[in-house]
Design a protein around this ligand. Structure first.
Ligand code: NAI
Ligand code: MG
Length: 323
């Protein structure tokens, strides 16, 4: 197995090396290809990811990704959007599972459609008027719904939309409902604003959420707060051929370079990679190593601890080796 390692910018460069160390233990035969991409490279070389970099990534089976800083006000398209498109990573899977220090007890997964909606870059500014086009197709809605309905052990699917206002969402809701029916998965639908409310009020009632790209983007940061920190939330971007694994958080310029970024989300993303690679026993071992590290109180400041990223790395590796 060939894995492209793209730390990116900011704390991506601090947390991805930790996940990389974990993968070296869990997949000793894997080959790792390091690729420098992102805004820091753009500033240095005027290019954030070259066509040759993209070819290197495409020659791999999957990608371990950190985060990219998007500079404000520049004509710059984030390479995570390019990668999702080029590798056709249409399902963005984000599990939210609380740990002992989480403020709320939750265990649900958000399946975010990853290929269309407002993120297609169909937009223009004319004088004082700007337009960003929102595209929703039946094909893309059906495939994200199929991915969600295929979640092992799925209990109930919640289809999240805004069909009381938007026609595009009527189509999304209908396409997802048809798929759930055909796959015999119990389902309900919920307006996105009601979902935002219920996620705070009664998050334990959710099992599997399927939603459009932007709603999924926003709701997953809200969900991360329920389990205690963005630094605890992993994700997988999956297509039929490739997959990319990344923490939900961004490059966190406010703490970058201080050595205190929480590596759990990146390490748990590596755990999702192991599941995808057909190594569920190793994925479970990584989860257990993270749980034990949390139980031992080896925590970065975002979780109320005083430890550094490297101290958390040592604890995770020690726990992984003892399993
Ligand atoms: P962010 O997720 O980077 O940070 C939000 C807050 O959470 C900050 O206070 C940060 O310190 C904290 N935080 C995030 N991850 C943490 C971790 N692992 N450990 C400890 N604390 C953590 O979001 P923000 O600040 O809005 O965005 C910063 C940059 O990242 C922007 O340029 C944004 O565009 C980019 N971004 C990139 C993403 C990607 O490449 N997939 C995703 C989200 C944002
Ligand atoms: Mg986001």
């Amino acid at each position: 197995m060939k894995i492209a390692v793209l730390p990116g910018d900011g704390i991506g460069r601090e947390v991805v090396p930790v996940a990389h160390e974990v993968l070296k233990v869990a997949l000793p035969d894997a080959e790792f290809l390091h690729v420098e991409v992102g805004n820091e490279r753009y500033v240095r070389e005027g290019v954030s990811m070259s066509p040759a970099d993209l070819e290197t990534v495409k020659a791999c089976d999957c990608v371990l990704f950190g985060a990219i800083t998007s500079p404000p006000g520049k004509p710059y398209r984030s390479i995570i959007l390019t990668l999702r498109k080029e590798l056709d990573l249409y399902a963005n899977i984000r599990p939210f599972r609380s740990c002992p220090i989480s403020p709320r007890k939750v265990n649900f997964t958000i399946y975010r459609e990853n290929s269309e909606d407002l993120y297609m870059g169909i937009e223009e500014i004319t004088g004082d008027e700007a337009r960003s086009v929102r595209v929703i197709t039946r094909k893309a809605s059906e495939r994200i719904a199929r991915a969600a309905c295929s979640k092992p052990g799925i209990g109930k699917l919640t289809i999240v939309h805004k069909s009381n206002v938007l026609k595009a969402d009527e189509l999304f809701k209908d396409a997802c409902a048809q798929v759930a029916k055909s796959m015999n998965v119990p389902f309900e639908d919920m307006l996105v604003d009601t979902t935002a409310y219920n996620l705070v009020r009664a998050p334990e009632k959710f099992d599997t959420i399927v939603t459009t790209n932007m709603f999924g983007d926003i709701l997953s940061d809200e969900a991360a707060a329920l389990i205690g920190s963005l630094g605890l939330s992993p994700s997988a971007n999956v297509g039929d051929r490739y997959a990319l694994f990344e923490p939900v958080h961004g490059s966190a310029p406010d703490i970058a370079g201080k050595g205190i970024a929480n590596p759990f989300a990146a390490v748990l993303s590596a755990g999702m990679l192991l599941d995808w690679a057909g190594r569920p026993e190793m994925a479970r071992a990584v989860q257990t190593a993270v749980d034990r590290t949390i139980d031992e109180g080896v925590l970065t400041p975002d979780l109320g601890g005083r430890n550094t990223t490297l101290q958390v790395q040592s604890a995770i590796l020690k726990n992984l080796e003892s399993i």
